[in-house]
Write a protein that binds this ligand. Structure first.
Ligand code: IPM
Ligand code: MG
Length: 362
């Protein structure tokens, strides 16, 4: 099959890790008889520098004309003082919204080879954990009304959160269906003891749960969930939550796996087009130094094959290659933990993956 993939490298380590992912996808295509065509578009700070805006119209139309989108990362100190409309992060929210990507899947599993890099104690890690955060991505406080006004104490800023039943239902259905294909458990996370949007969220999730009797359902307050994630992560299978809570909890979940540099994500809407990106950001401190861990970007490419193109076996080829390279003891700097040896560079790690895919000795 032929697929058209839009590549948005972005800022910081975005270009180096995205190039790694493209090379791995190209190799996979050659080995399996598919053809992937890649077209690059600007996003983030680099787009501001070159075109004056963080999300050029051409980028949106290029993505809409593609079968799927691969994204690196956006942002950096150089653009931090720009007005809100010109910030690189605004482009990320803009492209999620323009492509209708209301579901964000963020899997966090402990790679057995990386146990030593997890900050959790052996006794807490136990047999490991494998959870999936289903984060609502185009609603809530990220997209609500905001501004400045005069309040009781003078000038104040405000942001508002709104959620409709429709938005809660569609993300809920994604979570329940995902759980049916996993271990059959959904935990919905909210702040229903304080927030009205959370009370509507909770009522709606309870109603949906009745339609999925084969799924074990429970809810949890977000503060408790933050604690439970480090106390007993294995209790979770699928977590479904709002845009803001999902953003926060997914960083926490990634850290307990050993490194945020390992975790991939998929953003999906109603069709098959998705956007695939590592959870980590642009890491400006190590940008351009060939030190970044390319695995999250490479594994994002694997998620694209699985979720957008239905190429499960091809996705597994990439995932198995990553497991093999880690089990053989190869590490980038961020996942060294107590591991001995010299860390690999971004390009060296990419070479290892390319070899492992072709079943060559690594
Ligand atoms: C993420 C990031 C973004 C978010 C930022 C960069 C706008 O933290 O994808 O988790 O908050 O959604
Ligand atoms: Mg985040």
């Amino acid at each position: 099959m032929n697929y058209q993939i839009a590549v948005l490298k972005g800022d910081g380590i975005g270009p180096e890790i995205t190039e790694s992912a493209v090379r791995v996808l190209e190799k996979t295509a050659v080995l399996t008889g598919h053809s992937f065509r890649f077209s690059e578009y600007l996003i983030g700070g680099i787009a501001v520098d070159e075109t004056g805006v963080p999300l050029p119209e051409e980028t949106v139309s290029g993505c809409l004309a593609s079968d799927s989108v691969l994204l690196g990362a956006v942002g950096g100190p150089k653009w931090d003082s720009l007005p809100p409309e010109l910030r690189p992060e605004k482009a990320l929210l803009g492209i999620r919204s323009a492509l209708g990507l209301y579901t964000n899947l963020r899997p966090a599993r402990l790679f057995p080879a990386l146990r030593g890099a997890s900050p959790l104690k052996e006794s807490v890690i136990g047999a490991g954990f494998d959870l999936l955060i289903v984060r609502e991505l185009t609603g809530g406080i990220y997209f609500g009304e905001r501004g400045y006004r005069t309040g009781k104490y003078g000038e104040e800023a405000f942001d508002t959160e709104a959620y409709s039943v429709t938005e809660i239902e569609r993300i809920g259905r994604t979570a329940f269906s995902a759980a049916q294909k996993r271990r059959g458990k959904v935990t919905s996370i909210d702040k229903a003891n304080v927030l009205e949007t959370s009370r509507l969220w909770r009522r709606t999730m309870h109603r949906l749960a009745e339609e999925y009797p084969d799924v074990t359902f429970g809810d949890m307050l977000v503060d408790n969930a933050a604690m439970q994630l480090v106390r007993d992560p294995a209790q979770f299978d699928v977590i479904v939550t709002s845009n803001l809570f999902g953003n926060i909890l997914s960083d926490e979940a990634s850290q307990i796996t050993g490194s945020i540099g390992m975790l991939a994500s998929a953003s999906l809407g109603d069709g098959t087009r998705g956007m695939y990106e590592p959870i980590h950001g642009s890491a400006p401190d190590i940008a351009g130094q060939n030190k970044a861990n390319p695995l999250a970007a490479i594994l994002s490419g694997a998620m694209m094959l699985r979720y957008s193109f239905g190429l499960t076996a091809e996705a597994e080829m990439i995932e198995r290659a990553a497991d093999r390279v880690l089990e053989a003891g190869f590490r980038t700097a961020d996942i060294m933990g107590e591991h001995k040896g010299t860390p690999l560079s971004c390009s060296e790690m990419t070479e290892k993956i390319l070899k492992a895919i072709t079943a060559q000795p690594i």
